[in-house]
Design a protein around this ligand. Structure first.
Ligand SMILES: N[C@@H](CCC(=O)N[C@@H](CS)C(=O)NCC(=O)O)C(=O)O
Length: 230
C-alpha cells in the first residue's frame, strides 16, 4: 500500500507533537512538519482543526486527524510492523497505559507551570504518584514490551526528556526513586528517533517559555535550567 502524504502541524515545545514525531521517525515514514504559533493561530489551521490543538496530521493535504494517541495509532496501522500487540487484551492494556502516560504529560505540565509554591508542591506530589505507578508497572512488565519499541515508549519519552532537563530538588523525577524507569530512559534517550524528535534550540525555547510563565514554577525552573548550561 502506498503511503499517503502526511503533514504534521506542530508547536516546537509540545510533548504531544513530540510523541507523533517519535512514532513517525521510528516508522521511517516521510512527513512534512510545520510549526505554528499557538498564540496566533493561522486561519487555515483554525479551519482544519476541530480542537485548535496540535498535533494535527493532515492526510493527503485535506483530511485532518487530531489527538496525538489517534495519530500514533493511525501511523502504526499504515506502516507495519505494528507497535501494538496482536492479542486484544494485551492491546487493551497497552492502550490503557498509553492513556495513563498521556495523563503523566498533563501532570508534568501542571508542575512546570504551577502559579504558586503550594500549587508547585501539590503538582509535584500528583506527578510523583503517576511516576510511582508507572515504575511499579515497569517492574511487573519488564520495562513495557521488553526490548521492542512501543507506542507507550513514544508517549513517555517526552515526559522523561523534560524531567531530565528540569532537575530540581522539588521535581517529581528523582531518578534514584525510579530505578526501572531510569534504566528505561537511559536506553530510550539514545534512540535516534527520540534524539531527533525536538528542534535544535529546544532548550533555549523551553527557558523562554518557562520565563514567560507568571508565578512560581516557570521562572524557578528556567533559572535552574539556564544555570546548568549545556
Ligand atoms: N489531547 C491532545 C492534547 C494536545 C494539546 O494539549 N496540545 C497543546 C500544545 S502541547 C495545544 O495545542 N494547546 C493549545 C490549546 O489548548 O488551545 C492530544 O493528545 O493531541
Amino acid at each position: 500500500m502506498a503511503l499517503p502524504n502526511l503533514h504534521l502541524v506542530s508547536f516546537p515545545l509540545c510533548p504531544f507533537v513530540q510523541r507523533s514525531v517519535i512514532t513517525l521517525k521510528h516508522k521511517q515514514v516521510p512527513f512534512e512538519l510545520t510549526f505554528i504559533d499557538l498564540n496566533d493561530l493561522p486561519d487555515w489551521f483554525r479551519e482544519k482543526s476541530p480542537t485548535g490543538k496540535v498535533p494535527l496530521l493532515l492526510v493527503d493535504r485535506d483530511t485532518p486527524v487530531f489527538e496525538s494517541a489517534v495519530i500514533s495509532e493511525y501511523v502504526d496501522e499504515i506502516a507495519p510492523p505494528r507497535l501494538l500487540p496482536e492479542d486484544p487484551l494485551e492491546r487493551a492494556l497497552a492502550r490503557a497505559w498509553i492513556a495513563f502516560a498521556s495523563d503523566m504529560i498533563m501532570a508534568m505540565h501542571h508542575w512546570m507551570t504551577a502559579p504558586t509554591e503550594e500549587a508547585f508542591r501539590e503538582a509535584r506530589d500528583a506527578a510523583a504518584k503517576g511516576l510511582r505507578r508507572m515504575e511499579a508497572q515497569c517492574q511487573a512488565d519488564p520495562c513495557f514490551s521488553g526490548s521492542e519499541f512501543s507506542l507507550l515508549d513514544a508517549t513517555l519519552a517526552p515526559v522523561l526528556m523534560r524531567y531530565d532537563l528540569l532537575q530540581d530538588p522539588e521535581s517529581p523525577w528523582q531518578p534514584g526513586e525510579y530505578p526501572q524507569l531510569a534504566r528505561w530512559w537511559q536506553h530510550v534517550s539514545e534512540l535516534p528517533e527520540v534524539k531527533d524528535s525536538t528542534i535544535e534550540d529546544f532548550r533555549e525555547r523551553l527557558i523562554r517559555f518557562l520565563n514567560n510563565q507568571e508565578g512560581f514554577a516557570g521562572p524557578r525552573l528556567a533559572a535552574g535550567l539556564a544555570a546548568r548550561g549545556h
